[in-house]
Design a protein around this ligand. Structure first.
Ligand SMILES: [Zn+2]
Length: 123
C-alpha cells in the first residue's frame, strides 16, 4: 500500500495490510506540515533466528509501534522512529517490513534454548 504524502490529511485514516504472515493494522494522519504520524500493531507469525544455536524457528509476534514519516532527509540526531519518504510517497508495505525486521533483529532464543536457560537457572 502506497499513499502520496500530499493526499494525507489531519483526520486519522485506518490501514490494514499483511506482510509475510504478519498482519499490520493501524491508523495514520498528518501531524504537521511535513510530518505523517503512523501508529500500528503487528500480529501474526514470523521466522526468527535463534541467537544461541542459529536455528530458524517460527514464533508469534504481537507488537505495537508508532513512528513519523517525513518528506525530507532525516538528520542523524533525530528520532529512530522517523522514516524518510523522499519521493513523496508513504510506503506502508516497506514500513511494516522494516518494523518486522527490527523485531526479528532483537535478541531471541528458540524454545529449546529458552528451556535450557530455565534449567540453568534452577541449578
Ligand atoms: Zn536455539
Amino acid at each position: 500500500m502506497q499513499i502520496p504524502f500530499r493526499k494525507i490529511h489531519e483526520a486519522p485514516k485506518p490501514f490494514q495490510l499483511e506482510e509475510g504472515g504478519v498482519e499490520c493494522i493501524g491508523t495514520f494522519w498528518r501531524s504537521g506540515k511535513d510530518k505523517i504520524a503512523i501508529e500500528g500493531r503487528l500480529k501474526g507469525e514470523t521466522l526468527f533466528t535463534c541467537d544461541r544455536c542459529a536455528k530458524s524457528y517460527k514464533a508469534s509476534i504481537d507488537e505495537s509501534f508508532s513512528l513519523e514519516a517525513v518528506d525530507r532527509p532525516v538528520k542523524v540526531e533525530e528520532s529512530l522512529d522517523m522514516v524518510e519518504c523522499l519521493d513523496g510517497i508513504v510506503d506502508f508495505d516497506s514500513i511494516c517490513r522494516s518494523e518486522i525486521a527490527s523485531i526479528q533483529s532483537e535478541y531471541h532464543l528458540c524454545p529449546e534454548c529458552e528451556e535450557r536457560d530455565d534449567f540453568e537457572i534452577e541449578l
